[in-house]
Ligand binder design. Structure first.
Ligand SMILES: [Zn+2]
Length: 61
């Protein structure tokens, strides 16, 4: 199944939505606002979902 990731500007959160077709925008399941599709980030580090938003990225070891 094609799983796409969307970003809601209202909730300021990302959510995944199953779409039959690659839609550019879908209504947010929380606030029904128009959410834009974002690139799927499969390469993100899994474990904790969510970011603090303090320091910007850094590929360190
Ligand atoms: Zn929303």
């Amino acid at each position: 199944m094609p799983l796409y990731e969307f970003y809601c500007p209202q909730c300021r959160k990302k959510f995944e939505e199953l779409c039959r077709t690659s839609q550019e925008s879908v209504p947010c399941p929380h606030c029904a606002a128009a959410s834009k599709r974002v690139l799927s980030t499969f390469r993100t580090a899994r474990g904790s979902s969510g970011n603090g938003g303090s320091a910007s990225g850094g590929c360190g070891g």
